[in-house]
Design a protein around this ligand. Structure first.
Ligand code: PHE
Length: 356
């Protein structure tokens, strides 16, 4: 049994000296594996006399357990060390600024919508939406545009094929039908903006058959023209980030508002470069007016009690002016080089606090 003691000492020492889990596994197989040395001694027991077999068996079992225990202990220690080592090696400084790999850009249309929503959100407006495919009632009739009205021709409407009942649905030509849908479904007070796609058969450097608008609608018992002016002046100044931006209200006509006004902002064209701000020129940027009483009545709202204002603007046009994009058609070319140039970094969400 002296040999057994030596063997046990040998394995326990080797175990203590092992510096990796792999080394430890080699030792375990050498001692306790199927062809291991201690396992080998176990196999010789069968050839002994019963008394001797019992003593040798006990000694062998004790040695086996001692070696197994030593290995297990060492294994836990090595695993701990391994983890410490990894934690040290993979350490990151969470206080460093994030520098994500550049994977994509926010399209200027999305960015501009976010900016507009941030400004009106701050003023207490919420966002409403409606369908792209509309019927005559919501897109025209309820907005006080009867069948013979010239505004129908002006808008170059895309119609869908005639249905069995003779009606034709259409792609909405403006976001104003969402005014109607919202008033039908909600009681005043109403204070919404409606960003969305709109469609007209038109195509050149400043027109695309699909484009975007933002509609605004406020209805309650006390709102008047002064609120319309104040809100839109504030909006223009916040959006173009020019505190003293001149804003002009020019009498205009829309069937669904009375009175109506188009809104212009001041600009200059010095040296052929367009600059937004005080100057000799004006740029038209949106349409607005007090909601026509007939429109309120068409939606079941008592026009002797409620009144409000509405406005609508083209998002591409706003984005082109703010970011100096010369051709509207390029918005929808899906050219990645264009997007890299005019796009926005995803993490920089616009807000009035951080800046637009
Ligand atoms: N719907 C009008 C257009 O598309 C814009 C507008 C909306 C004007 C609301 C006044 C009030 O031109």
């Amino acid at each position: 049994m002296e040999d057994l003691d030596k063997l046990q000492t040998h394995f326990v020492e080797a175990t203590a000296a092992a510096t990796s889990l792999d080394m430890l596994e080699v030792i375990r197989v050498d001692a306790l594996g199927k062809k291991g040395q201690i396992t080998g001694l176990m196999k010789t027991l069968g050839g002994l006399e019963p008394e001797a077999r019992k003593a040798a068996g006990q000694a062998l079992n004790a040695a086996k357990e001692a070696v197994a225990e030593a290995i297990e202990e060492r294994k836990l220690a090595l695993q701990d060390a391994d983890l410490d080592h990894r934690l040290e090696a993979e350490r990151i400084d969470v206080s460093l600024p994030a520098r994500p790999a550049e994977v994509g850009h926010i399209h200027p249309i999305s960015q501009t919508v976010e900016e507009i929503v941030a400004i009106f959100g701050e003023m207490g407006f919420s966002v409403a939406e409606g369908p792209h495919i509309e019927d005559d009632f919501h897109n025209f009739a309820a907005l006080n545009i009867p069948p013979e009205h010239p505004a129908r021709q002006e808008q170059d409407t895309f119609y869908l094929p005639e249905r069995a009942d003779g009606t034709r649905r259409l792609l909405r030509t403006h976001t104003s039908p969402v005014q109607i849908r919202h008033m039908q479904a909600h009681e005043p007070p109403i204070r919404i903006i409606v960003p969305g796609r709109t469609f007209r058969a038109d195509y050149d450097a400043t027109h695309s058959p699909m484009f975007h608008q933002v509609e605004g609608l406020v209805v309650d018992e006390t709102t008047h023209l002064g609120h319309l002016k104040g809100t839109l002046i504030e909006f223009c100044r916040a959006f173009f980030m020019v505190d003293d931006l001149p804003v002009r209200f020019r009498p205009s006509y829309f069937p669904f508002t009375e009175p109506s006004a188009e809104v212009d902002i001041g600009c200059s064209h010095e040296g052929g470069v367009l600059k937004i701000g005080a100057g000799e020129d004006w740029l038209e940027i949106l349409g607005s007016g007090m909601v026509h009483p007939k429109v309120l009545e068409n939606c079941g709202i008592d026009s002797t009690r409620y009144q409000g204002y509405a406005f609508g603007m083209g998002i591409e046009r706003l984005a082109m002016l703010k970011y100096g994009i010369p051709d509207l058609r390029t918005f929808f070319d899906s050219d990645l080089r264009w997007l890299r140039h005019y796009g926005f970094v995803p993490l920089e969400a616009p807000s009035l606090v951080r800046g637009l």
